[in-house]
Design a protein around this ligand. Structure first.
Ligand SMILES: NC(=O)C1=CN([C@@H]2O[C@H](COP(=O)(O)OP(=O)(O)OC[C@H]3O[C@@H](n4cnc5c(N)ncnc54)[C@H](OP(=O)(O)O)[C@@H]3O)[C@@H](O)[C@H]2O)C=CC1
Ligand SMILES: Nc1c(N[C@@H]2O[C@H](COP(=O)(O)O)[C@@H](O)[C@H]2O)[nH]c(=O)[nH]c1=O
Length: 596
């Protein structure tokens, strides 16, 4: 069976997936499997462009097995893959089948992806996996079925080897999100380059370069696809790494240094945060004067009572990081493996021998004495990259959420983890959370004036776009104007935030003088506009009456609540203020109605 595709992202040109012969049911499964795999591949095209976000891809195929349109989600909050695909397919969507690697994450009354499929006249939807997050799982599928669309979920509605393989590819592309759904740590990959005799550096500590240039380009891609890269203090002292993704496109991950002693050089490439940020995690109380020095360079320092890989990973999970690339030496790697925070290993093996009984190896002491204790990788892949061999595999399987997926009949069951009566605090943070629509990154465009009230109104893709741009509004400098425009047209809230934050740090002269005085007011106006524009968001806000709203950001101590409630939680406060304002309005209008 051979399949060939031509990619068409924006034109309704018909592309062909050619099937050779075989019996009908086998063909049926094979076709579904092939299109689901294609959707998974497509979804991964956004990996490394922005972060963090789940990977969604959609293929629209006509009844004769032709690809009519394709799309993938660029970033959380941008146009859904489904909407892009039906746009590309145009009229060919009518009666066609849509293949999705993952159930759409439509929630809180926003049905953009589902609506796009319904309005386009799609007849059948095949879904690789359900949405892993419990509060989203099943809702888009129910919604599609309620519109009379036939929905088939791989592994639930039909099974076969070929479909199982296709489902696996869907699990793989969203492994970080699946981990988020059932674990308290991000998906972690340990990557290293070693010689054929198993050394990651010479006895002197010199390590540049073991692997080939081609392999190192692959490392840049791996970095680009991760939310953060982490190294230990000794790697910083020995290598002075940059840890950037230099393959020429997309997003660069945050750099994290884990150090107990904080005995690090005063000058280091990682302290240059002009392009990408660095976070140093250390033991509470370590070298306070050095902490100050780092802070003066714009490096964030986070202290831990117990500095170990698990605590650190739990912290970054709270910060919303989905995937971490470990590029440390053997000491920290052993500690991370022992703490069970490493899920996958990627090893570049170079055909070189360096020798040296003291030369470091990729994993330090794990306390194992018998070969039978060795950790066996699963789903191992081998690939030649230039002169090197790339071996990768999983230390822990990707959790399969199938058994806990509600059946088709268990429709609107209430999420058991949410007790509507008990909690008096509602935490929100990332857009995929239960109350994710309260986040400023939620995909709800607002129309607000450019600067002052009487300026032209324009559309801002999210509250974050508007808020970040306002830092530079009204400044008499063409560069400030450019910056506002860059933020306004940023493709995702993450990008808007990145431009706003880094410009504030690097070019303080472009920031308006009164920013600190007006930022709360700016935020309040934007929130009011958002919640007034979208009635379902307003009702959601009103439904939280009697609860305290807290933005669960562990690191933003102004807008967020902090790690232990030490943050000022201004975002939560403003939302509560807005809620009171709406309640006041509704009680006044109720009084008016009763007295009329
Ligand atoms: N070829 C390759 O792929 C790579 C090679 N290397 C090479 O490896 C060598 C460095 O290896 P190694 O010394 O193992 O460096 P690591 O990157 O593993 O750093 C170890 C350091 O991590 C910090 N640390 C913080 N918490 C912990 C913890 N819980 N457990 C362990 N460490 C912790 C400590 O820093 P502190 O002392 O500051 O408190 C410790 O000294 C260098 O020669 C480098 O060139 C490094 C990375 C990749
Ligand atoms: N020596 C070695 C690697 N080493 C890793 O790369 C880091 C340097 O990154 P950068 O400064 O961004 O180029 C270094 O500190 C270590 O973590 N990686 C590889 O793919 N191949 C190699 O041969």
């Amino acid at each position: 069976m051979a399949l060939s595709f031509r990619i068409c992202s924006s034109s309704p040109l018909i592309c062909r997936a050619t099937l050779s012969n075989g019996d009908n049911s086998r063909n049926y499964h094979t076709t579904d499997a092939a299109f689901i795999r294609r959707a998974a591949d497509l979804s991964e095209m956004s990996a490394g462009l922005t972060s963090p976000h789940p990977n969604f891809g959609c293929v629209i195929a006509t009844s004769s097995g032709k690809v009519a349109g394709e799309g993938y989600l660029y970033a959380q909050g941008t146009k859904p893959a489904e909407a892009l695909a039906v746009e590309a397919a145009g009229e060919f969507s009518r009666g066609a089948t849509a293949y999705l690697n993952m159930e759409p994450g439509d929630c809180h009354g926003d049905h953009t992806a589902v609506s796009a499929l319904v309005q386009a006249g799609i007849e059948r939807v095949v879904v690789g996996i359900r949405h892993p997050l419990q509060h989203l799982r099943g809702s888009a599928i129910r919604e599609l079925r309620s519109h009379g669309i036939e929905v088939n979920v791989l592994g639930e509605d039909f099974e076969s080897k070929v479909l199982e393989d296709a489902r696996k590819s869907c699990l793989l592309v969203n492994a970080p999100l699946i981990h988020r759904a059932c674990s308290r740590v991000p998906f972690s990959v340990l990557k290293y380059a070693m010689t054929l005799d198993g050394k990651i550096a010479a006895s002197s500590g010199h390590a540049a370069w073991i692997s080939s240039k081609l392999s190192r380009t692959r490392v840049f891609e791996l970095r680009g696809g991760s939310d953060a890269v982490i190294v230990g203090g000794n790697t910083v002292r020995q290598d002075d790494p940059r840890l950037t993704a230099r393959h020429g496109q997309g997003h660069t991950p945050t750099r994290i240094v884990m150090t107990q002693s904080l005995d690090l050089p005063e000058k280091a490439n990682l302290w240059d945060v002009s392009e990408v940020s660095t976070i140093v995690v250390t033991q509470r109380g370590a070298r306070k004067s050095f902490q100050k020095l780092l802070a003066s360079k714009g490096v964030e320092v986070v202290e831990f009572d117990m500095l170990n890989p698990r605590e650190v990973m739990e912290y970054f999970h709270l910060r919303g990081y989905l995937s971490i690339l470990w590029e440390c030496g053997g000491t920290l790697a052993a500690s991370a493996i022992s703490s069970s925070v490493i899920h996958k290993v990627v090893a570049f093996v170079a055909p070189k021998i360096i020798g040296g009984s003291k030369a470091p190896s990729p994993v330090g002491d794990l306390g194992m004495v018998e070969m039978t204790q060795a950790l066996n990788l699963i789903d191992v892949c081998y690939e030649q990259v230039g002169p090197d061999m790339l071996v990768s595999g999983f230390l822990q399987p990707i959790p399969d959420l199938l058994p806990v997926i509600p059946s088709e009949d268990a429709t609107v069951e209430i999420d058991p983890s949410v007790d509507p009566f008990e909690p008096s605090i509602i935490f929100f943070y990332k857009t995929w959370d239960l109350y994710g629509s309260f986040s400023n990154f939620s995909p709800h465009p607002i129309r607000m004036p450019y600067g002052k009230e009487n300026d032209d109104y324009m559309t801002w893709s999210s509250v974050e776009h508007y808020y970040q741009a306002n830092k530079f509004v009204g400044v008499e400098n063409p560069k400030a104007y450019d910056c506002v425009e860059k933020i306004r047209t940023a493709r995702s809230p993450e990008e808007a935030a990145l431009i706003g934050r880094s410009t504030l740090r690097q070019k303080p002269e472009l920031v308006r003088n009164d920013w600190e005085d007006v930022k709360i007011e700016v935020m309040y106006k934007a929130l009011k506009c958002k919640f007034s524009t979208y009635p379902h968001l307003k009702s959601m806000l009103l439904s939280t009456i009697g609860t305290v709203l807290v933005e669960a950001s562990p690191h933003d101590l102004f807008w967020g609540g902090g790690r232990e409630g030490e943050g000022l939680n201004y975002l939560g406060r403003l939302l509560m203020q807005l809620r009171s304002e709406y309640l006041g309005e509704s009680s006044v209008s109720a009084e008016k109605t009763s007295s009329a």
